[in-house]
Ligand binder design. Structure first.
Ligand code: NAD
Length: 303
C-alpha cells in the first residue's frame, strides 16, 4: 500500500481520495479551501495544512486542480510541490490543463530530478465516485508502471497515451471532437423535428446509420428518446457547459501554438460562450440545443 499526498479536494478530488482510502492506501490531503479538507477528512484522509505537509514522506503525489495556472502555482511556486517533495516522490497531475503548461511542468520537474506524469481523466464526478475513471497518462514507461497500481483504485481504464503531455493532448482532442459531434446532434435533433419526424424514430434510424455518434446515443437532446440524456432531467449536468467551454478553449489554445486552424471548434466555443453569457454555464452542455431552439422540449425554465 502506498503513502499518497493529494492536493485539490474538490468535486473530483474528494471522491477519488475516498476510493484510495477504501483500497487501503494512506492519503494526506490539502486544499486552499479549509472546508474541503475537513470534508475529505470525514472520508478517512489525513488533513494537511500546507502543500509541504501533504507531500512529506509520500511515495506518490496527485494534484486535482481547476486549471493550468493553479497547477503551475502548486508545483512551481515557492513552497510548492517541487520545493517541498523528495525527488524520489512520483508526481501525477490529474487536472485537465493546457498542453503548454503540461509540457512546462514536465520540464521543470525533470530539471529538478523528479519523475512527472500528466494524467487527466474522463468520466466525471460519477466516474470518480464509482472508481471507474479513464486515465490518460503522459510520461516515461517506468513512471507509468509505478503509478498504475495506485491509479487502479480510481480507474476503469488506464491508457499510456505517450510521452510528455500526451495525456493532456488525448483528453483535449477527445473533448473537442465530442463538442463538435454534439453540435451536429443538437442541430439534427431540431431540424428532424421541424421536418415532422418522430424523435424516437429518427434516433433509431441515425443510431444504425452514418449519422451515429457517441453524443447521439448517450445525450440525444430531446426527452423520451434516451434514458441517459440530460434532456430527461431538465439539462442538469452531467458535463457542464462551463467545463466543455474550458476544454474546447484548451483545444483552441493548443491549436494556436501548433499553428492549426479549427473552424468547427471555434464555432462551438462561441456557442458555448453564448450559453454562459445567457446564464446557462452550470447546465449540461447538451443545452447547446437552446441556441438552435429556445423552446426545445425539456429545457429548464429556471437557471
Ligand atoms: P473543483 O473546482 O471542484 O476542485 C478543484 C479544487 O482545487 C478546489 O477544491 C480548489 O479549492 C482546489 N485548489 C485550487 N487552487 C489550489 C491551490 N493552489 N492549492 C490547493 N488547492 C487548490 O474542480 P473539479 O471538478 O474537481 O475538477 C478538477 C479537474 O478535473 C479540472 O481540471 C477539471 O477540468 C477536471 N475534470 C473535471 C470533471 C468533472 O466532471 N468535474 C471531469 C473530468 C475532468
Amino acid at each position: 500500500m502506498a503513502t499518497i499526498g493529494w492536493i485539490g479536494l474538490g468535486n473530483m478530488g474528494r471522491p477519488m481520495t475516498r476510493n484510495l482510502v477504501a483500497a487501503g492506501h494512506t492519503v494526506t490531503g490539502f486544499d486552499v479551501v479549509a472546508d474541503a479538507v475537513t470534508a475529505a477528512a470525514e472520508d478517512g484522509i489525513t488533513p494537511a495544512g500546507s502543500i509541504a505537509e501533504a507531500v512529506a514522506g509520500a511515495d506518490i503525489v496527485f494534484t486535482m486542480l481547476p486549471k493550468g495556472e493553479h497547477a503551475r502555482s502548486v508545483y512551481l511556486d515557492e513552497g510548492g510541490v517541487l520545493d517541498s517533495a523528495s525527488t524520489s516522490t512520483l508526481l501525477v497531475d490529474s487536472s485537465t490543463i493546457d498542453f503548454d503548461s503540461a509540457r512546462e511542468l514536465h520540464k521543470q520537474a525533470s530539471d529538478r530530478g523528479f519523475r512527472f506524469i500528466d494524467g487527466p481523466v474522463s468520466g466525471g464526478v460519477g466516474g470518480a465516485q464509482a472508481g471507474t475513471l479513464t486515465f490518460m497518462l503522459g510520461g516515461a514507461d517506468d513512471a507509468i508502471a509505478d503509478a498504475k497500481p495506485v491509479i487502479e483504485a480510481m480507474a476503469g481504464n488506464i491508457f499510456h497515451a505517450g510521452g510528455e503531455a500526451a495525456g493532456q493532448a488525448a483528453k483535449i482532442v477527445n473533448n473537442m471532437q465530442l463538442s463538435i459531434s454534439l453540435q451536429g446532434v443538437v442541430e439534427g435533433a431540431v431540424l428532424a423535428e421541424r421536418f415532422g419526424l418522430d424523435p424516437k424514430v429518427f434516433f433509431d434510424i441515425a443510431k444504425v446509420s452514418s449519422g451515429d455518434s457517441w453524443p447521439l446515443r448517450n445525450w440525444y437532446p430531446v426527452p423520451g428518446v434516451v434514458e441517459t440524456s440530460p434532456a430527461e432531467r431538465e439539462f442538469t449536468p452531467g458535463f457542464s457547459t462551463m467545463l466543455m467551454h474550458k476544454d474546447v478553449g484548451l483545444a483552441l489554445a493548443g491549436a494556436k501554438t501548433q499553428g492549426v486552424d479549427l473552424p468547427a471548434a471555434t464555432l462551438v466555443y462561441e456557442k458555448l460562450q453564448q450559453l454562459i453569457d445567457d446564464g446557462w454555464g452550470d447546465a449540461d452542455t447538451s443545452i447547446l440545443i437552446r441556441n438552435i431552439d429556445e423552446n426545445a422540449k425539456g429545457l429548464p425554465t429556471e437557471k
